[in-house]
Design a protein around this ligand. Structure first.
Ligand SMILES: [Mg+2]
Length: 96
C-alpha cells in the first residue's frame, strides 16, 4: 500500500470516529517537514507523519517531529503495517 492510500484509510477512520483532520494538499510554499496529518478530537491532538512501509523521514520531518515532541506534542510516524496501532490510538478512551 502506498502512502497516499494509507493516508486515505487513516483519514476515513478518523472522520468516522468524529475527528477533524488537516492535511496540506499542496505543500508548495509551505514549511517543509510539517507532518502530513493533524488529527484533533476526542480531547486529543495528534501530529502524524504518514509513510509507506519503507519510506524514509527527511531531515525537515525529523526536525519538526523533534520540535513538536519537545513542545509537548504527540508526534509519530504511522506506516501501513501499523493499522492496528492507528485503530487503537484513535479509539482509545478520550484523555481527561
Ligand atoms: Mg509523509
Amino acid at each position: 500500500m502506498n502512502e497516499k492510500q494509507f493516508q486515505a484509510n487513516v483519514v476515513e477512520l478518523a472522520h468516522y470516529l468524529g475527528y477533524l483532520t488537516y492535511h496540506t494538499l499542496d505543500s508548495r510554499g509551505s514549511e517543509p517537514g510539517f507532518p502530513d496529518l493533524v488529527i484533533v478530537g476526542r480531547n486529543r491532538l495528534l501530529f502524524r507523519e504518514i509513510k509507506s512501509e519503507k519510506g524514509m523521514l527527511t531531515q525537515a520531518q525529523l526536525k519538526w517531529g523533534g520540535a513538536l515532541m519537545a513542545g509537548g506534542g504527540d508526534w509519530s510516524v504511522w506506516r501501513p503495517s501499523q493499522m492496528e496501532l492507528v485503530q487503537a490510538t484513535l479509539t482509545a478512551d478520550p484523555v481527561d
